[in-house]
Design a protein around this ligand. Structure first.
Ligand SMILES: O=C(O)CCC(=O)C(=O)O
Ligand SMILES: [Fe+2]
Length: 364
């Protein structure tokens, strides 16, 4: 049975102009967000994908390696998508969230019997009374394989949204593929190494997230701390309003508002497993904002569901034991939803880490 809180959109709560968020959204004192450190002083990494594609460009490859090692996410330029397309899909997404509730609920992430399922429009899954809810509404869609798109969840309004998302997804997939190629090269593996493990029929999911203005951003999470359920995620941020933070060396750091033509690439859990932790998925969260709404669009790339997730043999050896157990890509992807509702990492929730002997821990 669906939890009764599942039917309440944050946008409607926010429209009530309450002086403070209802208790369902209010975090325990120790979990409340504190101010992040501004990233510019730490030189936020940017990688030019066009330069990265040139095998001789050692400097750009070095930038990628250092971004992966010290941040786990980075801005990308040179991705070939026109700014007008990014602007267009962002605009269409925002228009969707501004439609009347009854229009959006045609694509609700609940069946007529009230059962929750992840695809469609609504809030994230609510399992218990204790779960503190995030200050955001979502629209979640299967994008690839194309034959698995479920038309009933794709908004009919604005009429341009479906076409723009399709077009944007084509460009975003090229970004993901180029990044996966470069990540393999960065480890001394062949360009096609991770792409081969993901398979030809990569799975991708789009998630539009809308953060309404919040009367007390200090009390809530826009989006709770998590790592992504992906090999890599391509994120189109809001060009005007920040809020994303990444946990870096134990501190929350603000991801800057990027240029209008830039995208953000985030390493996900599946890459952490496949690379045997050579690349780690960064923990990130979103801080809510007073007085400003914000919308982002994430595309999550996952391996074909029948594939195994396992540390690459090439990255396991003397002094570098396998850190993760083998499991099915579908089992892992499905486990994400259970873990996320509890605020846990899928890797921990599904007990994917190999217990290490004390001497191995010392060497690691
Ligand atoms: O909205 C953002 O800035 C981040 C969204 C995100 O991390 C996610 O959807 O996984
Ligand atoms: Fe994320």
């Amino acid at each position: 049975m669906v939890h009764q809180a599942q039917g309440q959109m944050v946008q409607e709560v926010a429209a009530g102009s309450l002086p403070a968020p209802p208790s369902r959204y209010v975090l325990r004192k120790e979990d409340r967000p504190t101010g992040g450190v501004a990233a510019p002083e730490l030189a936020f990494p940017t990688v030019d994908l066009q330069r990265l594609a040139e095998p001789g460009d050692v400097e750009e490859a070095g930038k990628l390696r250092s971004a992966l090692e010290s941040w786990g996410l980075f801005a990308v330029t040179g991705h070939g998508m026109p700014e007008s397309l990014l602007e267009g899909v962002r605009h269409a997404g925002m228009e969707f969230f501004h439609l009347p509730p009854e229009e959006k609920l045609r694509h609700a992430n609940r069946t007529e019997d009230g059962e929750f399922q992840p695809e469609g429009y609504g809030i994230d899954r609510v399992d218990t009374d204790e779960q503190v809810l995030d200050w955001c509404d979502r629209l979640y869609l299967t994008v690839q394989p194309e034959e698995e798109r479920r038309a009933q969840f794709w908004p009919a309004r604005p009429p341009s949204l479906a076409r723009l998302l399709h077009e944007y997804a084509l460009g975003s997939e090229r970004v993901a593929r180029r990044v996966l190629g470069a990540m393999a090269r960065a480890l001394g593996l062949g360009e096609g190494f991770f792409l081969g493990r993901v398979g030809d029929k990569v799975a991708s999911y789009a998630r539009f997230t809308f953060y309404p203005p919040c009367p007390r951003p200090d009390l809530v999470h826009g989006l709770k701390p998590h790592t992504d359920n992906s090999v890599v995620t391509v994120l189109l941020l809001d060009p005007d309003v920040g809020g994303l933070q990444v946990l870096k060396d134990g501190r929350w750091v603000d991801v800057p508002v990027l240029g209008r033509g830039e995208l953000l690439v985030v390493v996900g859990d599946e890459m952490e497993i496949m690379s045997n932790a050579a690349f780690r998925a960064p923990t990130h969260r979103v801080v809510a904002r007073a007085g400003r709404e914000r919308m982002t669009l994430a595309l999550f790339y996952q391996p074909e569901p029948h594939r195994d997730l396992v540390p690459a043999e090439e990255l396991v050896g003397e002094g570098r034991p396998a850190r993760y157990k083998k499991l099915g890509a579908k089992t892992f992807a499905d486990g994400f939803w259970d873990a996320f509702a509890l605020g846990e990492r899928t890797i921990d929730f599904l007990k994917v880490k190999v217990e290490q002997e004390p001497q191995e821990l010392k060497a690691a």
